[in-house]
Ligand binder design. Structure first.
Ligand code: SF4
Ligand code: SF4
Length: 104
């Protein structure tokens, strides 16, 4: 089926929206966040038991509970499906969904 989406010159283009990141595989490297222009995902803290503690920013102090950080897709609706995040992820832990399959 031909994509209803096009680039500026009218070429067919199928956006692939970021829908999920596997928190068991993600290493929280931050590369995907750096290349994303839409703030679709953010780093979250995780404790020893794997529970998500909350979003990480410079002021966060998780009272010693912080074990590691993972990237979480917390604003999927902002994604334009450019695919930049997929290209920089070395862990292959992202799930993308073609725009013609994505729920409205
Ligand atoms: S596909 Fe593009 S807009 Fe969507 S999360 Fe990845 S880098 Fe951001
Ligand atoms: S690039 Fe991959 S491994 Fe790194 S934070 Fe993003 S999803 Fe996780």
């Amino acid at each position: 089926m031909t994509s209803p989406f096009v680039t500026r010159d009218g070429s067919s283009w199928m956006p692939a929206y970021l829908s999920a990141i596997d928190g068991t595989t993600c290493i929280g490297c931050g590369r995907c966040f750096k290349v994303c222009s839409r703030e679709v995902m953010h780093l979250y803290g995780v404790d020893d038991a794997g529970e998500i503690l909350g979003i990480c920013d410079e002021d966060d102090d998780f009272d010693g509970e912080l074990n590691r950080m993972i990237m979480v897709v917390d604003h999927p609706g902002r994604c334009i499906g450019c695919g930049a995040c997929a290209r920089v992820c070395a862990k292959n832990c992202q799930t993308h969904e073609a725009a013609d399959n994505a729920a409205a």
